[in-house]
Write a protein that binds this ligand. Sequence first.
Ligand code: G6Q
Length: 558
Amino acid sequence: MSELTSLPQWGALSDHARGMAGFNLRQAFDTDPGRAGRFSVELDDLFLDYSKNLITDETLGLLLALARACDVEGFRARMFAGEPINNTERRAVLHTALRYQGDEPLKLTRPDGREEDVRAEVADVLLRMKAFAKEVRSGVRCGSTGLPFTDVVNIGIGGSDLGPAMAVRALTPYTHDRLRFHFVSNVDPTHIAETLRQLDLATTLFIVVSKTFGTQETLANARVVRDLYLTAQLPRNALAKHVVAVSSEPKPVQDFGIELENMFEFWDWVGGRYSLWSAVGLSLAIAIGFDNFVQFHRGAHAMDKHFQTAPAGENMPILLALLGVWYRNFLGAATHAVLPYDQYLARFPAYLQQADMESNGKRVDRNGVEVDYQTGPILWGEPGTNGQHAFYQLIHQGTQLIPADLIACIRTHNPVANLHDLLLANCLAQGEALMTGKTTDEARTEVTAAEIEKLEQRGMPPEEIERRPIHRTFPGNRPTNTLLIHKLTPGNLGALIALYEHKIHVQGAIWGLNSYDQWGVELGKKLAGEVYSDIRTPRVVTEHDSSTRGLIERIRKH
Ligand code: G6Q
């Protein structure tokens, strides 16, 4: 048995889960008028109602005891103190420093034990980003022919794509009128080709974002762009005017042909999927303007402070994390749905998918010992109400327990007719229906005499008519969190992202994982290289398994 599963607090939760087998949320609400008030928490513009979860006060007490036993608060302090908690790479994890708004030194412990205050280098890069974003927006910085930029293309993948792509879309109402934003990530030539078709090279700015500046997909796409500028009928300095880089590795950036004065730096203590706050967010800063980018940081910083200081029982990220652990480890949920009722947040589930699954999709603990408990769930989702007409069926009536986060904004940027109220009504109605369900008797009372008559006319046998309410029965007891955001502003988006970042951190602490490495991603980067040369080289392939060999040969032949 692992250290975690041998904890008495773990055992107590397992026993409690068995005792909760007959727990009914609907009854819990009927008998306890204070439930919603007790199980909700607020921070500035974010309100989390977690009362529609399969929990009692006792559940919460036991989960909080588990968090204490796992030293969640100690691990949190180690992250903020800049200790190298990414132990497999011996790196600190300090994305919170990028959005820090206070005056205290922000120490980072280097692998050799040296302590360093990172504030000055962070501020330097932010200042450069500020100037650059301002110039691009105003048209002072323009393309090689003197025309202002009309399009900005972020070339990057994974952590160097999903964050800015999600946030630029989320903050569309704040984006600059003249500028259009594009994100090219896939090595599929279709991605860059379809993007280029929409662009005029003379008025486009490309931002090549890669922490390592060694990622195959990003470099392949960047080379296409570089070669276009080197051969285009544009002034000779076109490449320097149209292509900038964001990276933590100056040498490969220079080798690629981008001068260091056109590179924005970030550091090895910023994980790719946590890097949106750094220069990786340059496209976002250009899109929404630097003042809004600062608001984005401020919102996240407020969540950082809340995470650091609020008691665990009132701490939004800790509560969300504990609820996730409850479902994953004690009630057997394999997946977790994130369902934003906001079209601007359409890419939020995809962004979170990386943040969560790359961080906690691990099978060994921090010491390399195989775990005997479940770790990160499969995270997925799509915006409501679209999802309601697609996969909600399975959440309502399928055989799996799927906890879900419903996220909605009280105020809309687009008050068109009554649409926003309809959207909100759907969000709340789904949470309620998932929780209450519908008994067979209730379903039976819904069937009208006219309906029965119609079915009879269609020739439906009486026993089938009798059985119909069973199909229309909903077991209910399906848990949701409802997160209401006042309005989707830069600050509130910052707080929302930071909330989930910290949730992931807390779950990693409980599961004893290193949430900050990603060997599965690194594997993919190497593997393709080997197959690539086999696809390209005209020789008999003897390596690989017979299936892969056959596929390679088929591709070569055709
Ligand atoms: C994120 C991962 C991964 C990474 C991409 C791109 O945490 O490490 O998604 O962001 O593989 O890597 P580069 O930024 O180095 O190109």
